[in-house]
Design a protein around this ligand. Structure first.
Ligand code: NAP
Length: 247
């Protein structure tokens, strides 16, 4: 497929769903900016695998909780690969399992900063570059939420679920803000996906609970992200797609 050709930035592209999305987008013909925070070797592996799929790719270190680092990230990708026309807002973390009554402010600051505030900052930077109101040529933002936003994650991480509910509201609200400026805003809500984000044993315990009776693969989320980023989803905006095996 070459429908997606252009430059895409994937935050948290070094591992898990972001790495799989980078590869799926490269296979669709995109040039890929692979953002990472700490895992330079993993990001370099993803870049090489993207190049093997025929496109250009670069790895850029940046912590997406910091506005100045986000600016540097967008600038680096634009300078190396050209104007960005899609952004996959994927970087995220969970906290250790615990009850709401046990959360302290430090834990809440961290999870909301990385999952919600960074998603807003990255989306804002994307709009300033892609929106026709800012002199851009339009584009697509795909926010990676979680099924937890709907299910609530009781007893595990209600803070994470709430931070992802904020991401869902960002998708709805921003899509309406920029629809007439050539920018579509979409989301995916993955369910239980086989990545290192889970505490050891969690997927063994819960993996068979969805109706499809297994955890998902990062590649199964990546396919949907690549679809949403492409012109194949041209009449979609302001909506979030569940990729959760029916859970
Ligand atoms: N796996 C699931 O079951 C699941 C389900 C629902 C939603 N999700 C969501 O999917 C997204 C990806 O999750 P995953 O499972 O693929 O996680 P993962 O395997 O732990 O990968 C997380 C990625 O995010 C990056 N990252 C974390 N904090 C960052 C920061 N401050 N700045 C830049 N990059 C940062 C990491 O970079 P480094 O490794 O370089 O530090 C890594 O590339 C997250 O938003 C997560 O909430 C996952």
């Amino acid at each position: 497929m070459t429908e997606g050709r252009g430059v895409v930035l994937v935050t948290g592209g070094s591992r898990g769903i972001g790495a799989a999305a980078s590869l799926a987008l490269a296979a669709d013909g995109w040039d890929v900016g692979v953002n990472y925070r700490t895992q330079a070797d993993e990001a370099a592996r993803v870049v090489k695998a993207c190049e093997q799929r025929g496109g250009r790719a670069i790895a850029v270190q940046a912590d997406v909780t910091e506005a100045d680092q986000i600016e540097r990230l967008f600038d680096a990708v634009t300078a190396e690969l050209g104007p960005i026309s899609a952004v996959i807002n994927n970087a995220g973390v969970v906290s250790p399992a615990g009850r709401v009554a046990e959360y302290d402010a430090e834990r809440l600051d961290r999870v909301f900063r990385i999952n919600a505030i960074s998603a807003f900052l990255v989306a804002g930077a994307a709009v300033r570059r892609m929106s026709t109101a800012y002199g851009g040529d339009g584009g697509v933002i795909v926010n990676v939420s979680s099924r937890a936003a709907v299910l609530g994650s009781a007893g595990e991480y209600v803070d994470y679920a709430a931070s992802k509910a904020a991401v869902d509201a960002l998708t709805t609200g921003l899509a309406n803000e920029v629809a007439k400026e050539g920018v579509r805003v979409l989301g995916v809500r993955p369910g239980l996906i086989q990545t290192d984000i889970h505490e050891p044993g969690r997927l063994d315990r819960l993996g068979a609970t969805p109706p499809l009776a297994r955890p998902g693969k990062p590649e199964e989320v990546a396919e949907v992200i690549a679809f949403l980023a492409s012109t194949r989803s041209s009449y979609m905006t302001g909506t979030t797609v569940d990729v959760s095996g029916g859970r």
